[in-house]
Design a protein around this ligand. Structure first.
Ligand code: SF4
Length: 347
């Protein structure tokens, strides 16, 4: 057994390449855009959480080492067949946004909503949520959404004369309501706040959670760049506060931001409001453009996965020690998968 703490960074990297070479197509390493560069270099695929999970499930690899945060590895576990093993390099890499909504709290509010409009709501959870919240949606004819398809899914529900119960990101919910011209038709709830909100009248009920990484961006940051250079275009993620979104030129999912920057004309100037590791990588890969972060905001949880954690996960696979794998209860997997599959059907 190797003592990873005694290896230099270079030796750790060499060892990872060696194990990748040894396991060949039995191993697949999906890496989220927000991961550190020291992890990205080993990626078999980089992308958004759901895209990565779908690609992983479609490979023949027996071992999936998902480099992202825990809810992403849970999605990969949900979609992968039972003969695959899913690992995450650092199991403490959680997501504070997902942790705003636990299954039991969501069930509690759901009961209250059922009393107000029995059978009147369809629950939707953002992909950035815990597996038991996805399973709750699956059990209640609900579904999952991403920041790319959230608007379409809200519309799909509203077109059926149903009301939306959306979790857990308040900003994504409010920004979507606003895009649909329903700024005055939502309320924000959580386990401890459902009174005096006029819930009965609102067609959209939004959970009170937020992403701390995107919450950091303010109007002052937007003003700073506007004053600095009038040619700069500002693009932000829809997990940002609504006033920041309104003051920006564009908004979009991580994939949309990446595509827009890559396709932008030479010498164009961009300021981006999303996780810093992605912004920095876009800057390095698009040297013909001016690219700056709206402000430097790093997801510390995404950054928890280090090259040493990755090597530890890979050596445990080599040693046939699967105790670090991500495991979900069978009923959670079944119901969460139902919610994801319903999203795929619609979008
Ligand atoms: S950037 Fe926000 S939503 Fe994404 S993992 Fe970090 S805390 Fe969670």
């Amino acid at each position: 057994m190797i003592d990873i703490s005694k290896l230099s960074d270079k030796e750790v990297d060499e060892k990872i390449w060696e194990i990748k070479e040894e396991l060949k197509e039995d191993l697949f390493i999906p890496v989220h855009h927000y991961q550190r560069d020291e992890i990205v270099q080993f990626a078999d695929y980089t992308g958004d959480s759901l895209e990565l999970s779908r690609v992983s499930a479609g490979t023949g690899a027996k071992f999936i080492v998902f480099c992202g945060v825990y809810f992403m590895a849970e999605i990969a576990r949900t979609l992968a067949s039972d003969d695959k093993y899913v690992f995450i390099p650092n199991r403490s890499a959680g997501c504070p946004l997902a942790d705003f909504a636990f299954g039991e709290d969501v069930e509690y509010v759901w009961e209250i909503l059922q009393d107000i409009h029995p059978g009147g709501y369809i629950p939707i959870t953002y992909a950035n949520s815990l597996a038991d919240v996805k399973a709750f949606c699956g059990r209640n004819e609900g579904l999952v959404c991403t920041s790319s398809n959230v608007q379409k899914i809200f519309k799909w529900i509203l077109d059926r004369e149903k009301r939306v119960f959306f979790m857990p990101d308040k900003n994504l919910g409010m920004n979507t309501a606003s895009d649909l011209g329903m700024e005055n038709d939502y309320c924000i709830v959580d386990r401890y706040n459902q009174d005096d909100l006029n819930i009965k009248e609102r067609r959209i009920v939004i959970w009170n959670g937020f992403c701390i990484v995107h919450k950091v961006f303010t109007l002052d940051h937007v003003d700073f760049w506007r004053k600095k250079d009038k040619e700069i275009k500002i693009i932000v993620h829809p997990e940002c506060d609504p006033e920041v979104l309104k003051a920006s030129d564009y908004s979009g999912s991580t994939s949309r931001i990446k595509t827009m920057i890559e396709q932008a004309p030479e010498n164009s100037k961009w300021v981006i409001g999303t996780e810093y590791n992605l912004v920095n990588r876009l800057r390095m890969n698009n040297e013909d453009k001016f690219i700056e972060p709206l402000s430097k905001s790093v997801c510390v949880n995404m950054s928890k996965n280090t090259r040493r954690d990755l090597l530890a996960a890979l050596t445990s696979i080599q040693d046939r020690d699967y105790s670090r794998q991500v495991v979900l209860a069978q009923d959670v997997t079944r119901d969460a998968r139902k919610a994801i599959e319903k999203m795929l059907e619609i979008s």
